[in-house]
Design a protein around this ligand. Structure first.
Ligand code: ZN
Length: 423
């Protein structure tokens, strides 16, 4: 039977690739997920799944732990859940989750091909969102399909989720939870190179707005340039990042990772005139931190670092700093590697690849935290090999997606069990 499932996915290779191509060709940047979600809804409907489509109610969601302050409000910004209920349930329930939102493409001139016109070359499918994570969504849809192809159906509830806002708040996945979606396990096929995620860092976003003391450039000694001041603050924040990476401060899961804590200066804007000292500079920062640390404590550390830098550097005494928090306020989490869930997934990985899985402590956050920390649903990430995610010429290995789809299918068989379809 397992062999038949694996073969069924091999036989569906073309439709799997087509599904990824279709998904990548639909631009689903933040606030623009609607068309891609329409496509997903059609896909779910054509598989006779019950459809639940819903937006994020911020007033309600705010009351939940794990909520991150929104960075915008969009119309038609909805999650889709495809619900499968078996005729004769006997196995354990499962959530298959993926995010439909993709990150900005950067400067398009750097791409070999336009980011939303997917291409295939040397066994890789290129385009924004190919790896992160439309291939993962396609992989679990095709894994689900493989049962019907061989006359079976899974024997437990399965919820196929396509969510928004994974890349900025995680409020999409949290909204699923708030709506009542829990299960005995959740797999998120993020492009983590066929590893099983063992832990993930926490992430905080903040906007550091810095005001200087304006002056004509000829009186520069009497003024403070907001851009230069902001850079001094940033340099000191980076030394805080080095401290946090210190091996003695780490949870065991990260003991062998190379600098898992990253502070990133993602956006900078400021200044008004080439011959005037800049009066204002804004830096949008992403701060990583280890599991077990609360975001409130991270905020305190950041604020303390900035205050101390200003106190210790008299030339910065005129700077005014305003910290604005929007986007991720997301704690890290650890995955229980001894759980039956992870052991079953490991076994399924080995059955397809003939190798033990590697475990991966992620220096990025994912929606897995929401399930693990607040949803009473053990979750991990397990997805295909990809390159340049969040970068230029992002691509995913087609062979790897097929493998992931096969592992997920075998996992469904083991976890949810299955029944023969009545004719
Ligand atoms: Zn992702």
């Amino acid at each position: 039977m397992i062999h038949d499932l694996i073969q069924a996915i091999e036989d569906q290779k073309d439709s799997l690739v087509k599904l990824i191509l279709d998904l990548v060709s639909i631009n689903s940047l933040l606030g623009n997920e609607d068309h891609a979600q329409n496509f997903i809804e059609e896909q779910f409907r054509s598989r006779s799944l019950a459809i639940d489509r819903f937006g994020i109610n911020h007033d309600e969601l705010k009351k939940y732990p794990g909520y991150s302050p929104s960075i915008g409000d969009w119309e038609n910004h909805e999650n889709i859940v495809g619900i499968f209920k078996p005729e004769k349930p006997k196995g354990r329930s499962l959530i298959l989750n993926g995010h439909i939102d993709v990150v900005p493409v950067g400067d398009e001139r750097l791409w070999t091909n336009p980011p939303f016109e997917p291409t295939i070359k040397d066994g890789h499918l290129y385009g924004r969102g190919s790896g992160d994570m439309k291939a993962g969504i396609a992989a679990f849809i095709v894994a689900f399909d493989s049962f019907k192809k061989i006359g079976l159906e899974p024997a437990a509830d399965i919820f196929l989720q396509s969510v928004v806002e994974e890349e900025c708040t995680g409020n999409g996945a949290l909204a699923c939870l708030q709506r009542g979606y829990k299960a005995q396990a959740a797999i998120i096929p993020e492009p983590f190179n066929e590893t099983i995620m063992s832990a993930q860092v926490g992430v905080l976003w903040l906007n550091m707005e810095v005001f200087g003391k304006p002056s004509h450039v000829l009186n520069a000694n009497h003024g403070t340039n907001a851009i230069e001041g902001a850079f001094v603050l940033w340099q000191h924040l980076k030394s805080l990042c080095e401290d946090w990476n210190n091996k003695k401060n780490r949870p065991a899961a990260f003991s062998n990772s190379e600098d898992p804590i990253k502070f990133n200066l993602g956006i900078i804007e400021g200044g008004e005139w080439a011959s005037s000292l800049a009066t204002r500079c804004q830096m949008n920062l992403r701060i990583g931190f280890f599991p077990g640390i609360h975001t409130e404590d991270v905020i305190k550390s950041i604020e303390k670092n900035i205050t101390q830098t200003i106190q210790n550097n008299p030339e910065l005494s005129d700077l005014k700093v305003n910290l604005l928090y929007g986007g991720f306020q997301s704690q890290g989490c650890l995955v229980d590697l001894e759980s039956d869930f992870v052991k079953t997934l490991s076994k399924c990985h080995t059955s397809i690849t003939n190798a033990e899985p590697d475990f991966f402590a992620s220096a990025a956050t994912t929606d897995a935290r929401t399930f693990n920390l607040y949803g009473d649903t053990p979750a991990t990430c397990y997805g295909p090999k990809a390159r340049n995610i969040h970068g230029i010429d992002e691509c995913v290995s087609i062979n790897s997606v097929i493998k992931i789809s096969q592992v997920i299918a075998v996992f469904i068989a083991e976890w949810c069990l299955f029944n023969r379809l009545s004719k």
